[in-house]
Design a protein around this ligand. Structure first.
Ligand SMILES: [Zn+2]
Length: 176
């Protein structure tokens, strides 16, 4: 499946990495007004039986769209990763996830990537794409970001955001 060209202004698109698939994060999301994506390569990393069966069921129910990133966006993401010097620390799945996120963002979706991968988070911020870690270890962890949601840990990719798109809380900002 490819992403196509349909544009949907400010609709929320959530992109799940392998860790988010294993955490079954797709079960925690509202079914309306949220599109959920992941990469084929991330699905292939979910190998243990229980998680794989749950994932295949969610795919059959249409809760998750499994896509392949386009070559154009893969190249764009590799270029961006080279710019920040992190290309060798990113896995193939990280690059796929970032490429799908960048392509969705180019289609005017409000994209949020769910990932605990620090290198991927860095790259996403560099590309102005929002993300949310699965596990948060308290507010102190977010002090390195200029803005964050104090309730769910969402990190906005754009400095203009006031409200968390995931939980509706007010975005907290660091004074600079
Ligand atoms: Zn939030």
């Amino acid at each position: 499946m490819s992403l196509g060209n349909a544009s949907s202004r400010s609709k929320l698109a959530i992109v799940l990495d392998t860790g988010a698939l294993i955490a079954k994060y797709y079960r925690l999301l509202p079914k309306n007004n949220v599109l959920v994506y992941t990469a084929q390569s991330a699905v292939e990393e979910v190998v243990d039986r229980e998680n794989r069966e749950a994932l295949l069921e969610a795919m059959q129910l249409g809760l998750i769209n499994v896509v392949e990133p386009s070559r154009e966006y893969l190249n764009k993401v590799r270029e961006k990763a080279r710019e920040i010097g992190g290309i060798h620390r990113l896995s193939m799945v990280d690059v796929d996830i970032a490429s799908i996120a960048l392509q969705l963002a180019s289609m005017s979706y409000h994209v949020v990537v769910i990932t605990d991968d620090y290198e991927l988070q860095n790259l996403l911020l560099y590309m102005n794409i929002s993300f949310k870690p699965l596990r948060t270890r308290g507010i102190s962890e977010f002090r390195r970001y200029r803005a964050y949601c104090p309730v769910c840990g969402y990190i906005p990719g754009s400095p203009m955001e006031d409200e968390c798109p995931l939980c509706g809380s007010r975005i907290k900002r660091k004074r600079v």
